[in-house]
Design a protein around this ligand. Structure first.
Ligand code: KPL
Length: 319
């Protein structure tokens, strides 16, 4: 099975190394120094049980996305394309997915935020897109090193009116491959809700931990921070409900508490970005809630404040 991983940061590095280790042929699409490290020395994966697994560079082919042309050898090569890059890079990654996927190939996106399966479908067609969301926790230590901080799941689901059901051989094979790689795939009958639920959690935890500079688990020891995150989450939940997502069985406070506990040793990706002087995904998280709130006439003052604060920190920390 041929899998392309587009964006090899924390989650991309984790997924690529697990799939390569379990025997998939892997194409890594990464940029600059990350591409060079993956091609020259490979990748070290620190696992939650304290082991370090070394993946040699011969485990994969690397395409440096800084190269303007996509090499002919990898065009139409992949059976599956997993987009793991930052949400602001999606237009570029969708274009690469369109090129590297075979005609029958399937694409999915694990980036934070919502609306990604629709964006990908605009490039490759909705009959080739799966909805997806992950709760695995990982930290990028450097260009060729990732720490898998907490085991989670990868939820997959069908796009509205698509034929991609678990009984479809292409979907079935992919689920088996993720399972063999120890990535815990789960089929979701309502992937739109799964993606929204993840966004609600990101709205609550990412900006608060990024601004306060704390690990995820520490939110539980600062009630005022927990309440701030929860209030932003409640605003986002009102938008989700207005868009037709049934959240009646999702206890927001419990969901946030469970995530803080499960990923206690993780730093949210937004804090990792700020510490590395990179752009954050705040526009696709709180920014998206504010935008949708404006068009629905639902006020989102907490999300506006968190969005403004993270933007300010981002500007002062970026080189
Ligand atoms: O998605 C995440 C992120 O950091 O962006 C969580 C699940 C909150 C893990 O830290």
């Amino acid at each position: 099975m041929r899998v392309a991983v587009l964006g090899v940061g924390s989650i991309g590095g984790l997924i690529a190394s697990r799939l390569a280790r379990s025997g998939c042929e892997v194409l890594l699409c990464a940029r600059g120094e990350t591409a060079q490290a993956l091609d020259a020395v490979g990748l070290l994966l620190d696992t939650p049980d304290g082991r370090t697994i070394a993946l040699a560079p011969d485990r994969w082919t690397v395409y440096d996305t800084n190269q303007p042309e996509i090499p002919v050898e990898i065009q139409g090569w992949a059976d599956y394309a997993i987009l793991c890059g930052k949400s602001y890079d999606l237009p570029n990654l969708c274009k690469i997915a369109d090129s590297v996927l075979s005609l029958n190939g399937i694409g999915l996106c694990l980036s934070n935020g919502i609306g990604h399966m629709e964006k990908l479908a605009n490039f490759i067609g909705k009959h080739r897109v799966l909805g997806a969301s992950t709760t695995h926790g990982a930290i990028r230590i450097g260009p060729g090193e990732v720490k898998w901080t907490s085991r989670g799941t990868i939820k997959l689901g069908a796009f509205i009116n698509s034929d991609l059901e678990p009984v479809e051989p292409r979907v079935d094979r992919f689920i088996s491959a993720l399972d063999e790689a120890g990535l815990q795939p789960i089929w979701s009958e309502d992937i739109a809700k799964t993606i929204w639920t993840k966004l609600l959690l990101n709205v609550a935890i990412n900006p608060v931990c990024a601004i306060a500079g704390i690990m995820n688990g520490e939110m539980l020891f600062h009630p005022e921070l927990f309440e701030t995150g929860l209030a932003a989450m409640e605003e986002a939940a009102r938008i989700a409900t207005a868009e037709g997502i049934d959240l009646s069985d999702f206890d927001l406070a419990q969901g946030l508490e469970d995530l803080c506990r499960a990923t206690a040793e993780n730093r949210v990706s937004m804090l990792q970005d700020i510490m590395a002087g990179r752009q954050t995904e705040i526009d696709s998280i709180c920014g998206e809630v504010v935008k949708r709130g404006e068009s629905l006439g639902i006020p989102t003052p907490r999300n506006q404040t968190l969005h403004a604060l993270v933007k300010g920190i981002e500007q002062s920390t970026r080189g």
